[in-house]
Design a protein around this ligand. Sequence first.
Ligand code: BGC
Length: 349
Amino acid sequence: MSEAAPSITKELFGTLEDGREVYQFTLANAHGMEADIINYGGIVTAIRVPDADGASANVVLGFDSLEKYLGGHPYFGAIVGRYGNRIAGGTFSLDGTTYELARNDGENHLHGGEQGFDKRLWEAEVVDGSLHLSYLSEDGEEGYPGNLEVAVTYSLTDQNGLKIEYEATTDKATPVNLTNHSYFNLSGDPSTTILDHVLTLHADHYTPVDEGLIPTGEIASVEETPFDFTEPQAIGSRIDEVEGGGYDHNFVLNGPQDSLRTVATVFDPDTQRQMQVLTTEPGVQFYTGNFLDGSLTGSDGTAYQRHAAFCLETQHFPNSPNEPDFPSTILKPGDTYHTTTIYRFSVRE
Ligand code: BGC
């Protein structure tokens, strides 16, 4: 069957303080899926997908105005970089030089610093039915070495996947770890929690953390722990046993790194909406919105409460620049960083 190319429309979303315009792009495919994405932060502001009755609803947390995004939020839908997740003490050494990064999470560096990629205006171009975003992160930005040319391409697949391809090149060796920070609630009703969503995570191991959520360096088995989602489990089934109000941990994904494989499946028993996550990455941060406290509200006025959504942030492991035994996150001049993640939606059979 030949497929109609997804359509992309563009409209003004808002204007930054310095006068630069922010656009919202709506990607739509022939199967009833739509994604709204703005070029500020590369933020996915909405993903609309059908349920078992064909009823479409938005399954991510987000806002309908630029002001709300500028007002501060915990990375809703954003592209996170230059280094997604934490770097202990905001420092690392590379080729004999010690680098000091912004410390924006206690004493640690989180999600690229004060002005990470989530707060940058990206160049946007529609290419062959895809939204191509690019950004030059200059040498020294947030303390990182090297001019990093970053490109993120969003597209919709025929199987109702939001496909995200990340690319980067640099002129000095630098850590790079890019991800998307969408918060999902597959019910389409974020006034409910995701505790009854059922998760399967193909991860036999995870990286235990200290009080600052920095991995201890150990690669621990999930067996007989609340981190065991190798068989389908309700997210809430053992969440009370997890310190810190829920999951906020990096899981070590099974299967060969660098090959695009299904690493997670989540479904909502009420609507039967299901999401599969495919990635080339070795890890995923499973975060259950523990720090949401109802102070942010969505477009329809719904307050986003604790556990209103979950994130599956595909990534390399946190603090890898300080953990020589973790898969390397160092990009060298002449090499190209390239990872792919797909969030694929369906209705459970
Ligand atoms: C982190 C959480 C953090 C959240 C929002 C997640 O990736 O692991 O600790 O609160 O992002 O910033």
